[in-house]
Design a protein around this ligand. Structure first.
Ligand code: ADP
Ligand code: MG
Length: 548
């Protein structure tokens, strides 16, 4: 038996660990299982290199909660550790790593998903025991335990133990929830759902004679081979959809998927989806799950993907996103910036490809896609540049055009005397029916702009295109500024109009700040004889005031 002191200088770091990030105590389980996965993968590598001889046997990682004994155990059949390795990796390195980490981030509000590692077990335990036997020939079993003081006990014994490591947590009184099966199963499903080694938690249950009983089948928590780790060329459209249903069981089918896959200058894989949004939607952010080597890390991806892409769904897996740092650090991290612009480029390329090759399909999904793309345009300049060629405008006939196509289409008839191309638009074709018909009667085309972001988008577009502007179909501009055909004839003489104007004016609201324009310019019997429009500038002022 060897008693010793773990390699730290801080007198007692455990209370600090315990208090630290109390809201995120649960990540201890992720840390222990990640270690078990690492140990298993190492063994597989050794075996494939011919160093570890013989059959590896069942490599599943087993987790068990015991309410009576107040324990939680994690057992793997990986490489295990010799006494010397426990001393080095557990007593020295792991702990000094934890200590360094605490020293560095004690005073910061840090992202709750750091990798404190093995010692995070002390956030929930009064005592932690390790029993381990190395894969190496003739290795003896090693027992180690520590009660949350800087002292530990360690001994080599001749007791039988499988190759690999069993970690037993003796749970603290305020952490007994981790001895509950349902709690542990929930955490395993959250963090371990896509780990590459099978994680077994008890047996599959069966309904029999009015109650659930264990079958003899292992209850495997995870899918060891999730879709994003496979080659895009080997995946069918249906499999992408199926995976989406697995991630978001209650959702509608996604519009598109995008498979991310890059090795250089960083590693990143993943699948992103454009979800279908309902008209009366509340935009659901933070549906993207972030993984690091298939270990769930967080679904708070702000700062890692561009803001507008937090509207997308799916998974991103990258071992290169630093997780043990504060959020503000993360946002300035060079790798994270590269990752963010890579994702933007991938998303834009995919949209462009869909537009080029499957335009009809793209158009059929446009009404749902529009909000993402406008949001991207408004918030990300690089994306806006790329989106110029796959942004669409819809007219009241339900036809779709890129801005370029549309400008070509209307500029002939709709250029005003200042040489600005005027895009007429309407938010509610039914309500503005009269104005719409009047505009159509004059041979103008009208866009249908009823989206949440349309006003912002219009302002953005006008700021980028000085010789083009948007005008509402019910504004006075339509009469004053758009080139009229020479042959257009008035239905009333000027004298008649002068006579009638005060009659209508007397019926208008007495708001002096608002200018109205009254015209009697019907060109055909199906147009309204009198049209009253509001000054476009005043209208926008009013709208801004209402929004502001
Ligand atoms: P990290 O995983 O980042 O190295 P940890 O604190 O989680 O840090 O673990 C420290 C070290 O302890 C690991 O690198 C590994 O060498 C050893 N270790 C921990 N758990 C196991 C295990 N289940 N099997 C084998 N070695 C382990
Ligand atoms: Mg670890």
């Amino acid at each position: 038996m060897k008693n010793g002191k773990i390699g730290v200088t801080t007198e007692n770091i455990f209370p600090v660990i315990k208090k630290f990030l109390y809201s995120d105590h649960e990540i201890f389980l992720r840390e222990l299982i990640s270690n078990a996965v690492d140990a298993t993968q190492k063994l597989k590598t050794l075996s494939s290199m011919g160093e570890a001889k013989g059959e590896l046997g069942d490599l599943a990682i087993r987790v068990a909660a015991d309410k009576e004994r107040k324990t939680l155990t994690v057992t793997d059949r990986g490489v295990g550790m010799t006494a010397e390795e426990v001393d080095r990796y557990i007593n020295q390195i792991a702990f000094s790593g934890a200590e360094e980490f605490m020293a560095k981030y004690k005073d910061q509000a840090i992202i709750g998903h750091f990798g404190l590692g093995f010692y995070s077990a002390f956030m929930v335990s009064d005592k932690v025991e390790i029993v381990t036997r190395s894969w190496k020939e003739g290795a003896r079993t090693v027992r180690w335990s520590c009660t949350g003081t800087p002292e530990f006990e360690m001994e080599e014994t001749d007791e039988e133990h499988d190759r690999g490591t069993t970690i037993t947590l003796h749970l603290a009184e305020d952490a007994l929830e981790y001895a509950e099966d349902s709690k542990i199963e929930g955490l395993l499903r959250k963090y371990c759902r896509f780990l590459p080694v099978p994680i077994v938690f008890g047996k599959v249950k069966e309904w029999k004679d009015g109650k659930y009983v264990d079958t003899d089948k292992d209850n495997v928590i995870n899918d060891v081979d999730p879709l994003w780790t496979r080659k895009p060329t080997e995946i069918t459209e249906e499999q992408y959809k199926e995976f989406y249903r697995e991630l978001y069981p209650m959702s509608d089918e996604p519009l598109f998927s995008i498979h991310l896959n890059i090795d250089y200058p960083f590693h990143l894989t993943g699948i992103l989806y454009f979800p279908k949004i309902h008209n009366n939607f509340e935009i659901q952010k933070n549906k993207i799950q972030l993984y690091s080597n298939q270990v769930f890390v967080t679904d708070q991806v702000e700062g890692i993907v561009p803001e507008y892409l937090t509207l997308l769904h799916g998974v991103i897996d990258s071992p290169d996103i630093p997780l043990n740092v504060s959020r503000s650090y993360l946002q300035s991290d060079a790798n994270v910036k590269k990752i963010s612009s890579y994702i933007t480029r991938k998303v834009a390329d995919r949209l462009q490809e869909l537009f080029n090759t499957l335009r009809a399909d793209y158009e059929s999904k446009w009404d749902d896609l529009k909000i993402f793309i406008q949001y991207g345009i408004l918030t990300d300049e690089k994306f806006a540049e790329k989106a110029a060629d796959f942004m669409l405008w819809k007219n009241v006939e339900g036809k779709y055009f890129t801005p370029k196509e549309y400008t070509e289409k209307v500029k002939e008839a709709q250029t005003d005397k200042n040489k600005q191309v005027v895009f007429l638009y309407v938010d509610d074709p039914e309500e503005k029916h009269t104005f719409l018909e009047a505009a159509k009667g004059k041979g103008y085309d009208v866009l249908w702009m009823d989206g949440q972001l349309d006003n912002h988008y219009i302002n953005w577009y006008e700021s980028k295109h000085k010789d083009e502007r948007f005008v509402r179909v019910d504004s006075d501009v339509i009469d004053k500024l758009i080139q009229k055909e020479e042959s257009m004839k008035m239905s009333l003489t000027e004298a008649q109009q002068e006579l009638l104007t005060p009659v209508f004016e007397s019926q208008m609201p007495r708001d002096e700040k608002i200018n109205y324009h009254i015209s009697f310019e019907a060109m055909s019997p199906d147009e309204a004889p009198v049209v009253i429009t509001q000054n476009e500038f005043m209208r926008r002022m009013k709208e801004m005031a209402a929004v502001g």
